[in-house]
Design a protein around this ligand. Structure first.
Ligand code: SF4
Ligand code: MG
Length: 335
């Protein structure tokens, strides 16, 4: 399959304390062209830090300390970690666009909506003022906002409209990749569904790839082709969305599934995940999930499970790496 973005050995550390805090640890992640990759995990697991590093938007005290992030554009792969500010600016909007959790932060409150679209379109697309305003209206209409709302100020729109407007703005230059960090957290469930449907439709029509971050695994079933589950700064499971949801292999993925009811399908009893995610400063030794894991066994608190598998799916858990089998007493040893 055609790779669009591939991260290898990515590490992000926070340098605001005496000791660096490892927020993202040796993450390998591949995004294929045209797919929606969901990244899921509880807050503080490093998922936002990971995507700011992937898109080179991390700011001190966060520093990407090692790894590569190859972006496969038309002229072959470039390592985003090696690009200067000018080259990065050229990539943003046109190749990679980002939609953040809070639409209020993305939109300038003192400028009319259309003016913000027009700025981006004139700078990156060289459109004239009137063409840019015209295009702004078309882009807004694409996400179900009447074109004449281009004259509105952000505060004159509802939260759901503002969030859809930021999605339209991200699509203004027809990027290859749109990164969405919890884009529906601030809106109600009805609006959430409407936004997800719109994103799926636009993706089909325009052919971009999506990285979609959320803490809600059930939401990803609606939109993701593949899912990566993060815990304590690491990717602990990847797989095809339906497969991973139907048959989670990592006990943490199973716990996340129980914590969020599916938007469609039979209702299940919701069980929260006992315990809380570990602080990144002093994560537990061995498997970081072991203090909360109902299936932990002897070496889980000492040995970090490696992420093993291939394109079909990967998992970092001793239940699946042969360690469990090797620790179980053999029948022949019994008296
Ligand atoms: Fe649970 Fe052990 Fe697997 Fe970690 S490695 S998730 S503690 S069984
Ligand atoms: Mg976040």
């Amino acid at each position: 399959r055609d790779v669009l973005l591939s991260a290898r050995g990515l590490r992000v550390d926070y340098f605001d304390q005496a000791e660096p805090v490892h927020a993202v640890r040796d993450v390998d992640l591949t995004l294929y062209r045209g797919e929606t990759l969901g990244i899921v995990g509880e807050s503080g697991c490093g998922k936002s830090t990971l995507v700011t590093a992937l898109t080179r938007l991390e700011r001190p005290p966060a520093v990407t300390t090692s790894g590569t992030v190859d972006f496969h554009g038309d002229d072959g792969p470039v390592d985003l970690l090696r690009l200067g500010e000018r080259e990065l600016r050229a990539l943003r909007w046109e190749r990679i666009a980002i939609v953040f959790q809070s639409a209020m932060n993305a939109l300038n409150p003192v400028h009319r909506l259309g003016a913000q679209f027009a700025d981006v379109l004139r700078l990156h697309r060289g459109l004239s003022r009137s063409d840019a305003w015209q295009r702004a209206g078309e882009l807004l209409a694409m996400v179900g906002i009447p074109a004449d709302r281009a004259r509105a100020y952000p505060h004159e729109l509802s939260g759901g409209m503002r969030q859809r407007a930021t999605i339209a703005l991200a699509l203004a230059c027809e990027p290859d990749l749109v990164v969405m960090d919890e884009p529906t957290t601030a809106v109600d469930v009805v609006m959430q569904r409407q936004i997800l449907r719109q994103v799926a439709r636009l993706k089909r029509e325009l052919g971009f790839s999506v990285i979609f971050i959320t803490h809600d695994l059930s939401l990803l079933i609606e939109i993701a082709d593949r899912i990566a589950v993060m815990y304590a700064g690491r990717v602990v499971e990847t797989g095809q969305a339906r497969q991973l949801y139907a048959d989670p292999r990592h006990p943490y993925t199973a716990a996340l599934r129980s914590a969020f009811p599916p938007l469609h399908g039979p209702r299940r009893e919701i069980t929260g995940i006992p315990g809380s995610p570990p602080g990144l400063r002093h994560p537990p030794a061995g498997c970081p999930f072991h203090p909360r894991c109902p299936q932990r066994f002897d070496p889980c608190d000492q040995e970090v499970p490696p992420l093993l598998g291939g394109e079909g799916g990967e998992v970092a858990c001793h239940l699946h790496d042969g360690l469990r089998a090797s620790r179980e007493p053999h029948e022949s040893h019994e008296p």
